[in-house]
Design a protein around this ligand. Structure first.
Ligand code: G3H
Ligand code: 13P
Ligand code: ZN
Length: 326
């Protein structure tokens, strides 16, 4: 039998307080995905240096990659590491796109402070039933739960959906009543991955459906909304990747201006994975192209981690508005 760990013993917090402050202050909490030590350190250092709260996200795939037992110690390690430099910021450890009660339970029992149950590909009833089951287990342990209504398009490893179905605002009140979730992810035109829209060079990407977001806000006043698939797909990194031997033609993301608008609304959590991947890949490609004899991982993973710190600070300060809040 594996030993149960509670998140409070790891120095983590759930998302309740962060969302309350973000809603009142009209900014969004960054939720960055990680899979390895360099990503985890880059994200946390960037957030501590910009005095921003942070949600560290782990997908089912990340859990398999890093090992679920090891992950707990990674989170514990990063909290301890950051205790000294400049005081700590609130850190939540969150399961991203959990697809079953079992995975949510296993994360809660191993020290996660927040979980997502993504039942968006099921019928409304199935989704609500599954989400409620997770909420009951989580709330008994003071763990917060994110649910989802509406389906995002995009293909990203194990998180996939061929098409996008916008959230139906008329369903949100019933979903909240039936499940008791603490936050709700909605589909308003974002998608996962680095190829979010099919546009020709120079063409504008279609705007997000802010009308749907506004209607959800009207129906759920003061309730925290989550935006998945919210990477900008930073053009400088795409250009760098292509310049140094990569091939990422037509990679395009959500314009920063639209994310700023979302962050100032009821959107309290903005999910970013692809941009972190691009930042690290761009730097590693550059180093390999310029120093083909390099074979010490510290010489490329170190600069990649530094670039991630830079990117995280920029996002927190200039896009999400979460910098300087702690
Ligand atoms: O929303 C999906 C995240 O970017 C996680 O992706 O399943 O490749 O870890 P992953
Ligand atoms: P991106 O692929 O746009 O970074 O989205 C990440 C995400 O939504 C993780 O849940
Ligand atoms: Zn997502």
């Amino acid at each position: 039998m594996t030993e149960t760990t509670r998140y409070k013993d790891l120095g983590l917090v759930n998302t309740k307080e962060m969302f309350k402050k973000a809603m009142a202050g009209k900014y969004a909490i960054p939720a960055y995905n990680f899979n390895n030590m360099e990503q985890l350190q880059g994200i946390v250092i960037g957030c501590v240096e910009s005095r921003s709260p942070v949600i560290l996200q782990v997908s089912g795939g990340a859990r398999k990659y890093a090992n679920e037992v090891f992950l707990k110690y990674m989170a514990m390690g990063v909290v301890q590491m950051m205790k000294g430099p400049g005081g700590s910021v609130p850190i939540a450890l969150h399961l991203d796109h959990g697809d079953s009660f079992e995975i949510a339970k296993s994360c809660i029992d191993s020290g996660f402070s927040s979980v997502m149950l993504d039942g968006s590909h099921h019928s409304f009833e199935e989704n609500a039933k599954l989400t409620k089951q997770v909420v009951e287990y989580a709330h008994e342990r003071d763990v917060t739960v994110e649910g989802e209504l509406g389906v995002l398009a995009g293909i990203e490893d194990e998180v996939s959906s061929e098409t996008s179905h916008y959230t139906k605002p008329e369903e949100v009140e019933k979903f909240l009543e039936e499940t008791g979730v603490d936050s709700l992810a909605i589909s308003i035109g974002t998608s996962h991955g680095a190829y979010k829209f099919k546009v020709k060079p120079g063409e504008q990407v279609p705007p997000l459906r802010f009308d749907i977001l506004e209607e959800v806000e009207r129906r759920l006043p003061g309730f925290p909304i989550v935006l998945h698939g919210a990477s900008t797909v930073i053009p400088e990194y795409v250009e760098m990747i292509n310049r140094y031997g990569g091939k990422m033609d037509n990679a395009v993301g959500i314009p920063e201006e639209q994310l700023r608008k979302a962050a100032a609304s009821a959107v309290c959590k903005i999910n970013i994975d692809s941009d972190g991947r691009l930042a690290m890949t761009a730097i590693i490609r550059k180093i390999f192209a310029e120093n083909p004899a390099e074979f010490d991982p510290r010489k490329y993973l170190g600069p990649a981690r530094e670039e991630l710190v830079k990117m995280v600070k920029y996002k927190n300060e200039k896009v999400l508005g979460s910098a300087g809040k702690y």
